[in-house]
Design a protein around this ligand. Structure first.
Ligand code: NDP
Length: 453
């Protein structure tokens, strides 16, 4: 490890104890940036990296609400306003029991670089709560969202901070949050993205992250003169990102054999067809059931429950060409990455944020596979959120084709940036360096222009 990175990491760990995911995200970026700081001493003397890792503002607040039994519940709410050098803070809200300050800081940090890569004027932020929407009634979710927004509304706005969805925050939650914001502010503005179509949402926003991750994989394959047609793919998760990853893979002639949730995964050797995908969408978005039920319905599928005593995830141990991790952070460790490579996987496009541990990333880089890190590969979601903001400001909605074309072009442009920057800094084919450096340069230059603020 270079001396500068070593010193920086020691400070990050001392100042942000008990935040391993944040340390991991900073380390990965700092390693790439060591290449840049040698060539640009001005970034070092103006302490750009030291400033980027410190959030501009962190909000933490109480969220009290009443459950259906009349009992008072208390959760913790957060919003990390990480960096606004190139635009208003932008990034999703996550509702999941695992949410804590460190996880949201890692996500907000990643978001800064991701948003910069999209070419759109968006800063980085992230927020959420340790509230678990699973097993709650619609009324409970509504009361929680209203209480959450009763504090958050003071800090956000269409030109200040524009949240969106993430794990546990889908169309239903965005609706309740928007309704409460509108009531408290007495204004109808594009303060959240991922809105319903008939009240300011954009076509293709639900599809954008999954479609984008597939477009990114297709671009990576183009560098080897190949397409996704006929490729066998492993997909994890079964939420928003996973569902639309599968849909686009089917459009492009690939075969998908896995899906998962936090309880286990299914392996369907026959492939997930459109009809089976419709079943999954209904199961997850309407009935809010478990992926196990897929194997009860389709006999070609085998269900394997999560076994916490295992040091690897069997989902990543099947023969395939491509993998699309689309559930959560650190779902691929070093052993999983080696299993993927041993099983013939040579394309990994990350729909989730930081789904691969540092050890896993090193396995991919050493084996020189086509590895698209999340901050590049899953940027399609926030890109279309940016397009939703544009449409809201103009008060003119675009057609499905218009948004999809723009999304496709943005993913191509992100891919091009990654390839060109990786090459310029002496590491051709390394999309990790390409994404980290490509995202950093624009933000760093804006911070230099703005002076010491
Ligand atoms: P959803 O809530 O729609 O789906 C999440 C899926 O991942 C579910 O299948 C869930 O299973 C599973 N999952 C969540 N947490 C865990 C866990 N700790 N262990 C195992 N499985 C888990 O979320 P999204 O699809 O929106 O998000 C998935 C990933 O994509 C996240 O990393 C998110 O940050 C990232 N992302 C999302 C974007 C978006 O536009 N939505 C944009 C960019 C990135 P279960 O139902 O059992 O919890």
């Amino acid at each position: 490890m270079n001396e500068y990175v070593q010193k920086l990491m020691a400070e990050v760990k001392a100042k942000n104890p008990s935040e391993p995911e944040f340390h991991q995200a900073v380390y990965e970026v700092a390693e790439s940036l060591a290449l840049v700081l040698e060539r640009h001493p001005e970034y070092r003397s103006w302490k750009i990296l030291e400033r980027i890792i410190e959030p501009e503002r962190v909000l933490m607040f109480r969220v009290p609400w009443m459950d259906d039994n009349g009992e008072v519940q208390v959760n913790r709410g957060f919003r990390i306003e990480m960096n606004s050098a190139i635009g208003p803070y932008k990034g999703g809200l996550r509702f999941h029991p695992s949410v804590n300050l460190g996880i949201l800081k890692f996500l907000a940090f990643e978001q800064v670089f991701k948003n910069s890569l999209t070419t759109l004027p968006m800063g980085g932020g992230k927020g959420g709560s340790d509230f678990d929407p699973k097993g709650k009634s619609d009324n409970e979710v509504m009361r929680f969202c209203q209480s959450f927004m009763s504090e958050l509304f003071r800090h956000i706005g269409p030109d200040t901070d524009v949240p969106a969805g993430d794990i546990g925050v889908g169309a239903r939650e965005i609706g309740f949050l928007f309704g409460q914001y509108k009531k408290l502010r007495n204004e109808f503005t594009g303060v959240l993205t991922g809105k319903g179509l008939n009240w300011g949402g954009s076509l293709i926003r639900p599809e954008a992250t999954g479609y984008g991750a597939v477009y990114f994989a297709a671009e990576m394959l183009t560098t080897r003169g190949e397409t996704l047609e006929g490729k066998t793919c492993l997909v994890s998760g079964s939420g928003n990102v996973s569902q639309y990853t599968v849909e686009k893979l089917l459009d492009l002639g690939a075969k998908v054999v896995t899906l998962s949730d936090s309880a286990g995964y299914i392996y369907d050797e026959a492939g997930i067809t459109r009809e089976k995908l419709d079943y999954v969408m209904n199961l997850k978005n309407v009935r809010r059931g478990r992926i196990k039920e897929y194997a009860d319905k389709y006999k070609t599928a085998v269900y394997t429950p999560v076994d916490p005593t295992q040091d690897y995830n069997p989902l990543w141990n099947h023969k395939a060409h491509c993998a699309f991790p689309s559930a959560t952070q650190n779902e691929i460790n070093g052993k999983d990455a080696q299993n993927l490579v041993n099983n013939g996987v040579y394309v990994v496009s990350e729909g989730a944020n930081m789904p691969t541990t540092i050890e896993g990333v090193n396995v991919f880089l050493e084996n020189r596979i086509l590895y698209g890190p999340g901050k590049a590969a899953n940027a399609g979601g926030v890109a279309v959120s940016g397009l939703e903001m544009s449409q809201n400001s103009m008060r003119i909605p675009w057609s499905r084709e218009e948004v999809d074309n723009r999304l496709h072009n943005i993913m191509k442009s992100i891919h091009k940036t990654c390839v060109e920057v990786a090459e310029r800094f002496g590491t051709p084919g390394n999309y990790v360096n390409g994404a980290n450096i490509g995202g950093f340069l624009k933000v760093a230059d804006a911070m230099l222009d703005h002076g010491l603020v």
